[in-house]
Design a protein around this ligand. Structure first.
Ligand code: KG4
Ligand code: ZN
Length: 347
């Protein structure tokens, strides 16, 4: 089936995402976030997220249909994130997707959220944007919920998880360090802004899982909880001594540690597997220093760097629809309607 018309539903975390694509062409990408409701708790509250999805889903579908100009009857299929993510949040999307598929008599594709992030890179946004996702690629996905390194030989049939965080996600570390520095949630953008005027070499914070002995078992894994603790201790020491905390320097030094370890491991994976390209995804890609160092390091290593637009990097339904369309175009069978939501779904 060429250029199938697919509606994608994403509810794995706090974004209710509805996307509509025709093949690799993006027709609509509607995102309703419950971020504001989580702000006062300092992080995403699963039940609050699930309830918000329940309220936002149908309006978001209606908005996406209006934006795309399609009719629901003309869809070729529905695609939905079935995991990984928050169980209750996933269930809302999966339930809605099944109901829609059943009501319209359309096939449904249950897809993996992380693979969906990679799928974002097949979407063409205009005539000028012509290079499709190429294989093989290493994908570095960094958000508030995940930090994963994938080897993608084929989007629909051969995706391998090389490594992931063993504790906090990178975005989560940004949010926690922001709290230490007295900044509100979500702290990532605030740390990024404060770091702009700081010295990244002011304080040498640890790079998690980078010692030689970590290089066997955890070569492509990440750890950010030690870094967070290290920042907390450094700030406490200053405060105990009655000295002012140089917020910009702490932010810049912390940001540098995160960016350094993310890209060191991603570029190492490219070299180890002989893969000439690196794809970035996830909300932390908004980080200015991460983008800059990614350009520098991939240039130096002779790698092609791909960064989809931010609206397709943060959680969204278009990437899920795009992956669904790829599954159809590659002849994959739809899912049977008895699949569940799996919070730890493997790639
Ligand atoms: O992908 P995303 O929008 O949502 C999920 O995590 O599901 O990512 C949000 C995360 C938050 O942790 C936020 O603090 C972080 O991405 N973030 C940033 C920046 N912008 C957002 N982290 C560092 N620098 C930024 N500029
Ligand atoms: Zn995500």
């Amino acid at each position: 089936r060429e250029n199938p018309l697919v509606l994608g539903i994403e509810t794995s975390c706090d974004e209710t995402g509805i996307g509509i694509v025709r093949g690799t062409t993006l027709l609509a990408n509607v995102i309703a976030s419950s971020m504001d409701e989580h702000a006062r708790y300092g992080g995403v509250v699963p039940e609050v997220a699930a309830r918000a999805h329940l309220e936002e889903l149908v309006p978001a579908i209606e908005a996406a249909v209006a934006e795309s100009g399609i009719r629901l009857e003309d869809l070729d299929a529905i695609a939905v994130t079935s995991g990984p993510g928050l169980a209750g949040a996933l269930m809302v999307g999966v339930g809605a997707a099944k109901a829609l598929a059943l009501a319209l008599g359309k096939p449904i594709y249950a897809v993996n959220h992380l693979v969906g992030h990679v799928g974002a890179d097949v979407l063409r946004l205009g005539e000028s944007d012509t290079v499709p996702l190429e294989y093989p690629t290493i994908a570095l996905l960094v958000s508030g919920g995940h930090t994963s390194l994938l080897l993608v030989r084929d989007l629909t049939s051969d995706v391998e998880l090389l490594g992931e965080t063993i504790d906090d996600a990178a975005g989560e570390a940004f949010d926690k360090v922001a709290r230490i520095l007295g900044m509100p949630y979500p702290g990532g953008p605030r740390i990024d802004a404060a770091a702009a005027t700081g010295d990244p070499r002011a304080i040498r914070f640890p790079r998690g899982l980078s010692r030689p002995k970590d290089m066997d078992e955890h070569r492509y894994d990440f750890s950010f909880s030690g870094l967070k603790t290290s920042v907390a201790r450094w700030v406490e020491h200053r405060e105990d001594a009655g000295e002012p905390v140089p917020v910009s320097d702490v932010a810049a030094s912390f940001r540098e540690a995160v960016v350094d370890i993310l890209l060191t491991k991603a570029v190492a994976a490219c070299a180890d597997y002989g893969v000439p390209r690196l794809l970035l995804g996830g909300g932390v890609i908004a980080n200015a220093r991460l983008r800059q160092v990614a350009i520098e390091r991939t240039d130096a290593a002779g790698l092609t760097l791909r960064i989809p637009p931010l609206s397709l990097c943060t959680d969204n339904g278009a990437m899920i629809a795009a992956l669904g369309a790829q599954l159809i175009m590659n002849g994959h069978e739809p899912s049977t309607l008895d699949f569940g939501a799996d919070s730890t779904l493997p790639v």
